[in-house]
Design a protein around this ligand. Sequence first.
Ligand SMILES: NC(=O)c1ccc[n+]([C@@H]2O[C@H](COP(=O)([O-])OP(=O)(O)OC[C@H]3O[C@@H](n4cnc5c(N)ncnc54)[C@H](O)[C@@H]3O)[C@@H](O)[C@H]2O)c1
Ligand SMILES: [Zn+2]
Length: 375
Amino acid sequence: MTAPLRESDPIVVDVALGARSYDIVIGRGQLASLGARIAKLRPDAKVAIVSDKNVATLHLDATVAAVKGNGLHVSTVVLPPGESTKSFKHLASLCDELIAQRIERNDLVVALGGGVIGDLTGFAAAIVRRGLDYVQVPTSLLAQVDSSVGGKTAIDAPQGKNLIGAFHQPVLVIADTALLDTLPEREFRAGYAEVAKYGLLGDAAFFAWLEANWKDVFAGGPAREHAIATSCRAKAGIVARDERETGDRMLLNLGHTFGHALEAAAGFSDRLLHGEAIAVGMALAFEFSARRGLLPKAEAERAIRHLAAVGLPTRISQIAGGVPMLDELMDLVAQDKKVSRGKLTFILARRIGNAFVATDVDAAEVRAFLAEKLK
Ligand SMILES: NC(=O)c1ccc[n+]([C@@H]2O[C@H](COP(=O)([O-])OP(=O)(O)OC[C@H]3O[C@@H](n4cnc5c(N)ncnc54)[C@H](O)[C@@H]3O)[C@@H](O)[C@H]2O)c1
Ligand SMILES: [Zn+2]
């Protein structure tokens, strides 16, 4: 007898951090296994599920149902959607709620949402009662391949994004790829920039696979799972080697120095989503690498061609609402990364799949490059 076809058997990726190791469970329909998995980790726990209004409307009932009936007690907290929720105000009210719901050290907090909910909930979990355990149930592509893995949690400060936070690893990540079916296409595409990033920075074969299969990744099905699992494996490997970002983990910032500057110049608004900014940033990083003679021009063109093919922006001139001025952009670039004696740190590339940390990039050279790009 053949086994019945399951919607999707999970792919499990291990984040190897010694006593703080955890699984990332990836697959269509895996949300249904949340309660059983939690009950295994924390029998009889109280479980507080934190979400935002958009995600809660679509997926909170199913999540509550998935947790209930496993000997677990469930409560919920729903916050407004959007980056502005990563604030002291919402952190305070979330902490209040978790305490009011009597979530204690042997209980669990579940972050059900995109990177905003994951970052805020992870940070609240890090500080309430000096540290609660939490589970990530990422619902955006960006969160499934990036923000839910690695333990960086934060809120924003008026001076900049993610300035107040903690390293606090989750105890489990469940990436149900079916949840992405309701994600607006623009958000999916923006998250895809981070998927392409893993190919560009360290895995040429994966990049070539994406060139051939990206349409299936967007459509759902096994290609989507493969892309998410490969991305998670890449991030898990880097995080296991360098949890606190003193070396290798910096590679994950490919495209992010230019990207963050563009995001800031666009006021962190809908004009330019994070992943869109990273797509432009990666295109610039590859072009800049080619200009420095580090990689063949054709290789940079190939990287850019793929980003453009999926519909991501690759040029500053594509940013809605106009391009920033050179001085403003250079100030923002210098703010993002430490500058010492006119030298900037950038992630540059020798080939597709071979990025490295360059600590000696001349600010004047970056300025001349950007001046050309702003023409
Ligand atoms: N901790 C990290 O390592 C890390 C890494 C990268 C990014 N981040 C952070 O992640 C945040 C961005 O994350 P994001 O892009 O997921 O943004 P987000 O959480 O704001 O989600 C994007 C939008 O999609 C909606 N949404 C999410 N899932 C949905 C679904 N399944 N169906 C319908 N709508 C859905 C949300 O309500 C929101 O409106 C930023 O704050 C960034 O700083 C953190
Ligand atoms: Zn990013």
